[in-house]
Design a protein around this ligand. Structure first.
Ligand code: GGG
Length: 332
């Protein structure tokens, strides 16, 4: 029997509540899963002066898989601080952020949405190179052939029949043009069967809001992918239900798309579904356990169908009760 190790990194705010619950579900489908804990986030920085301790990075490297909760970063510059999630993505070269958006059985939800946003995860505006003198501020936005080619390969691998390249090359012909052209070339080499098209990011936002069913897989530079995936999360029932996974070549960190939600942190009412579904992505993309991933996803759908909902979905369940409903559906 394979023994796998998962590093749990709850992080800030509701990450502390949803990550242990997601681990319970993972251990129900993979009973031999070995779970260890590690720290990262704003609270870690305030205590230790570093947002991601070297021991955390080392544990993730050794295990190859982690489940991260959420991070809360201050909206002002703090000397020496760098966001924990950005640090992990860059230090571990987690270059692809994969965000599936699938309709869930919720009252009033939109049916037939089943799309994936593949977001470049290491460059764009997130290189974090800003200068400013109080009068003018400049942020570097870097696009490279190397990063565009490898995100193109991931998107080509994940797309079923259609791949939409998102860019703004009419305004940024050098940078977004490089992204678009590189992805197109790579995809035509590795998946000549795919139907490849492209949309300006603003047009992509319009179509994602108007007719999300038409999309299969979208690939986008970092910031566009971030914004579009939050927009698209509306269609799976909201951010509390939206999973994601950061993939490198041999390391992965899954994380719910939502943040630390300080307004409800500590109350035990945060929705654990996004974290639970992020665990399913580890099963599918990292451990090759497609049956376990399917089981988790189907149990979540059944629990929601049977009326289970945490308070942010208008229900009355606590975080633990929602997880218990998923566990019961797994057994049922
Ligand atoms: N689980 C994703 C998450 O925590 N998102 C919030 C986020 O990225 N905040 C920006 C930051 O604090 O670095």
């Amino acid at each position: 029997m394979t023994t796998r190790t998962l590093v749990l990194i709850p992080g800030d705010g509701i990450g502390q509540e949803v990550v242990p619950e997601a681990a319970r579900v993972l251990q129900a489908v993979l009973p031999t899963l070995h779970v260890i804990e590690a720290e990262a986030g704003w609270a870690t920085f305030q205590r230790d002066g570093v947002s991601v301790p070297a021991t955390t990075l080392e544990r993730i490297r050794q295990a190859g898989a982690a489940l991260f909760g959420a991070v809360q970063s201050p909206a002002r510059k703090v000397a020496g601080y760098r966001s924990a999630i950005l640090t992990m993505r860059q230090a571990l070269d987690l270059y692809a952020n994969v965000r599936p958006v699938r309709s869930l059985p919720l009252p009033g939800a939109r049916p037939n949405v089943d799309l994936v946003i593949v977001r470049e995860n290491t460059e764009g505006l997130y290189v974090g190179e800003e200068t400013g003198d109080g009068e003018t501020a400049i942020a570097q936005r870097r696009i490279t052939h190397h990063a565009s080619a490898r995100i193109g390969r991931v998107a080509a691998r994940l797309a079923r029949h259609r791949l939409t390249i998102v860019h703004k090359a009419n305004i940024l012909p050098l940078s977004d043009g490089l992204f678009r052209d590189t992805v197109r070339t790579v995809v035509s080499e590795v998946r000549p069967d795919l139907d490849v098209d492209e949309l300006l990011v603003d047009v992509a936002a319009y179509h994602l809001a108007r007719a999300p069913e038409q999309f299969d897989t979208l690939v986008a530079p970092n910031l566009y992918g971030d914004i579009l995936s939050d927009l698209a999360a509306v269609w799976c029932g909201g951010l509390g239900l939206a999973p994601s996974i950061n993939l490198g070549d041999s390391i992965a960190v899954a994380e719910p798309v939502h943040g630390s939600a300080p307004d409800i942190a500590g109350k035990g009412i945060a929705n654990p579904i996004a974290a639970i579904l992020s665990g399913a992505l580890l099963c599918r993309y990292v451990w090759g356990e497609a049956a376990a991933a399917d089981a988790i996803e189907q149990a979540v759908a059944r629990a929601l169908q049977e009326g289970a909902a945490t308070r942010d979905l208008g229900g009355t369940l606590t975080t633990r009760e929602m997880t218990n409903a998923v566990l019961a559906a797994l057994e049922g």
